[in-house]
Design a binder for this molecule. Structure first.
Ligand SMILES: *Cc1c(COP(=O)(O)O)cnc(C)c1O
Length: 395
């Protein structure tokens, strides 16, 4: 039998699964039975949830739900086709225009989700003459975009501008492309975007930033990384953000100049060869964009809760990482410990993310606590108290 068939034999598959179980890296889905929010129903019980990316608590917002329902009644539930065939709806167009205006970009282009936006953009833009430079902690979708493209993939040490500069200087490629997360999804720290724009300029490289966790949260008006770092379209020519996190909806977009957007429409495979988002999703996202601007108190609350979390965790000497965002990791190390602590917290009424390799490097397992605008200080205090107990008992 040839090797490919050998490795996908059912015996081999079963063995691989058993190996995952032995290494405590086997993943099991819990079943959510309510909307997202600070308290959710899961597997028949109520838990305080510290694990969603619904940072502004918009996934269950009445105005956004209404926009979704109204559009679904008018336009149905499916888009019927890809954008270039006959699925491009007025609701998509209105959202693209609203996003571009909000972010002071020429245009924005909707994708079905962030994974496809990243894969599709890098693959369409990087050719065989391109070196692609990625932070080693970039989201999987940026890495996969680099892998499937014809460009060469180079990784630099996390947020290490000296290393990136060295790699850029050593590169003889005709074109250089830098892709980074703005807020790293498992660490919560922020990339030095200003320095990246400067390096890009010096080395004549194109910069792409994935603002999945910044958009809606960072900046006084919620414009994300570009507001936090005050970057215009020339400095930061390729901006990607998702609509399924702080916007509480689903989808993603790339924003930039006319030629960038037209290039993606013509040749991004994950744009061309897939069904457009339902128009109702676009309507919901457009309302979310309104709410992000109108209800600035949500960002203020989120920032207060983040501050409260950091101060309290520090007092309790918990192993936090240096994050000023809604993503607050608690570094625990080995897989078994991560699972045991997460399980204990769950029994006590708290649902937190248990993050293990390959999502993070070996030995860097952690809890990923994510905060949102509707968490109370009491909920945070209760969580941290239980967490402290777990660590004191050497769980
Ligand atoms: C979630 C996420 C994505 C993928 O976005 P989806 O819309 O969920 O597919 C891409 N990049 C980063 C950094 C993310 O956190």
């Amino acid at each position: 039998m040839d090797l490919a068939l050998e490795t996908i034999s059912s015996a081999q598959i079963a063995k691989n699964l058993q190996k995952k179980k032995n290494e405590k890296s086997y993943r099991i889905r819990k079943q959510l039975q309510s909307a997202q929010g600070p308290v959710v129903s899961v597997n028949g019980e109520k838990k305080v949830a510290f694990c969603s990316n619904d940072y502004l608590a918009l996934a269950n917002h009445p105005k956004i739900i209404q926009a979704f329902v109204d559009a679904a009644k008018k336009y149905g539930v499916g888009s019927g086709a890809s954008h270039l065939v006959c699925g491009h709806h007025r609701e998509h167009q209105l959202l693209e225009v609203a996003l571009a205006r909000f972010l002071s970009r020429d245009r924005a282009l909707l994708f079905s989700n962030g994974y496809m936006a990243n894969m599709g953009a890098i693959n369409a833009l990087a050719d065989a003459d391109t070196d692609i430079f990625c932070d080693q902690l970039n989201h999987a979708s940026l890495m996969d975009g680099a892998f499937i493209s014809r460009g060469s993939h180079r990784r630099f040490h996390h947020n290490d501008m000296a290393h990136l500069s060295e790699l850029l200087s050593a590169s003889t490629a005709k074109k250089k492309f830098i892709a980074v997360d703005s807020v790293f999804s498992m660490d919560g720290d922020i990339a030095p975007i200003k320095q990246l724009t400067e390096l890009a300029k010096v080395h004549n490289a194109t910069l792409m930033v994935d603002d999945a966790h910044g958009f809606g949260c960072l900046g006084r008006r919620g414009k994300g990384a570009i507001e936090y770092f005050d970057c215009d379209q020339n400095e930061l020519p390729i901006l990607m953000a998702t609509l399924g996190k702080a916007c509480g909806s689903t989808g993603a977009f790339i924003a930039g100049n006319e030629n960038l957007i037209e290039t993606l429409i013509q040749s991004s495979r994950t744009y061309v060869y897939t069904t457009a988002l339902p128009p109702a999703n676009a309507a919901a996202s457009r309302m979310a964009l309104e709410v992000i601007q109108q209800e600035a108190w949500r960002r203020d609350n989120l920032n207060k809760i983040i501050h409260h979390f950091s101060v309290t965790a520090e007092k309790l000497k918990l192993p936090t990482m240096s994050s000023v965002t809604a993503i607050q990791p608690i570094l625990l190390g080995d897989n078994k410990r991560v699972m045991d602590v997460a399980e204990r917290l769950y029994v006590k009424g708290f649902w937190v993310g248990a993050i293990r390799p390959p999502t993070v490097p070996e030995g860097r397992g952690r809890l990923r606590i994510s905060l949102n605008a509707e968490h109370s200080t009491q909920q945070v205090d209760d969580l941290l108290f239980e967490l402290k107990n777990c660590l004191d008992e050497k769980i």
